[in-house]
Design a protein around this ligand. Structure first.
Ligand code: SF4
Ligand code: SF4
Length: 67
């Protein structure tokens, strides 16, 4: 389990994501998964580091408040 709860976590807009897979190796805790051609963010694993957001070529990733 994560020791510190992040203020924000990543979310993906599947209407924008083109499933290129570029973001997958950029995520240190491997919270991004591409399965059955759907990109998902593991909320419990995302540390809120934002390393995936800027590199996405189509701007499909964004940070939102972690509820
Ligand atoms: S880099 Fe962007 S477009 Fe590519 S799989 Fe990740 S979220 Fe989707
Ligand atoms: S914000 Fe960081 S930990 Fe969360 S999905 Fe993106 S790269 Fe992974």
């Amino acid at each position: 389990m994560r020791r510190v709860t992040p203020d924000t976590i990543a979310v993906v807009d599947l209407a924008v994501c083109d499933r290129c897979g570029l973001c997958l190796p950029l995520c240190p805790p491997e919270a991004l998964h591409l399965e059955l051609n759907i990109l998902t963010v593991d909320d419990a694993a995302c540390t809120g580091c934002e390393k995936c957001v800027a590199p996405c070529p189509v701007g499909a990733l964004a940070m939102v408040a972690y509820a």
